[in-house]
Design a protein. Structure first.
Length: 105
């Protein structure tokens, strides 16, 4: 049990959208989003665990489709987890990597 006041605890949506929750309770959509969203740290931790699981399954030789089906996520999410390492720099489409002697100073 946490010491967080009940006012600040996450309210489960139970499959409803934020808009449906807002209409049902008479609050704004943004308030419904704030009250029902999980804390960012929790989301990032869960995403990191999923990414690690995807990479482990891929290392075992599973296909992207099999991983997606096993984890209940889309093939696109599996592809993204495999090909976008969180430690790599962000590149834009069309970026060209210059040889070291031609880089701009």
């Amino acid at each position: 049990m946490t010491n967080t006041p009940s006012v600040y605890r996450r309210i489960p949506r139970n499959g409803r959208t934020a808009r449906e929750m807002a209409e049902r309770t008479g609050m704004s959509v943004r308030t419904a989003q704030r009250w029902t969203s999980e804390p960012r740290e929790v989301y990032l931790d869960r995403a990191a665990q999923r990414r690690a699981r995807v990479l482990a399954l891929r290392a075992e030789g599973m296909s992207m489709r099999a991983i997606a089906q096993d984890l209940g996520i889309t093939v696109g999410a599996v592809h993204y987890a495999i090909h976008h390492d969180e430690n790599t720099s962000k590149r834009m489409p069309g970026d060209v990597e210059l040889p070291i002697d031609q880089e701009a100073s």
